[in-house]
Design a protein around this ligand. Sequence first.
Ligand code: SAM
Length: 170
Amino acid sequence: MHQRVRTKSKELLSRILPDSGKLRYLAHLPALESWRRHHASGYRQFPRRYQLYDYVNSELLGNQSIQYLEFGVHKGASLEYWAGINMHPESRFWGFDTFEGLPETWRYFTGRVDRGQFDLQGCPPPIEDHRVRCVKGLFQETLGPFHRRTGRTPCRRRSLLVHTLRLDPV
Ligand SMILES: C[S@@+](CC[C@H](N)C(=O)[O-])C[C@H]1O[C@@H](n2cnc3c(N)ncnc32)[C@H](O)[C@@H]1O
């Protein structure tokens, strides 16, 4: 009896509730929170992104030569910071961006950032370090040719490949 009631309730809910990203987000919050509580003592937490970068560069990478690829550069805050803390002369820092702003509107739980936001009129930020290069265009169009052109892979260059995944706080 219980099982039938449960099945019927689920059927009903699936018909009346919208297929919504917001609902999915809310539904997963408790699991995320209990994961956080369970693991909180087991990993380092950094209130500022720059503290995380410092930690990764000095503690994990030992300031050795890296290939740093950043997807979404805007004015180059992170890119420039990385070039400032990793002083190895053989390191290279690549910033991928259109420099024409978001190609599509970014919707998140509490708001949105419109298409075109972060537009720099196609001009990459002036970063005065010869190890830094910008690759202009959409990631999905520039990454493949970049790899074919430079042959940069972690194995062939015998240096570490550092990927940063930027998660903007919302
Ligand atoms: C939030 S900003 C990046 C901020 C930067 N990481 C920092 O440290 O300050 C996002 C950037 O991603 C770029 N962008 C988003 N989607 C892109 C895509 N598919 N191809 C190229 N650039 C993209 C936008 O032009 C924008 O400059």
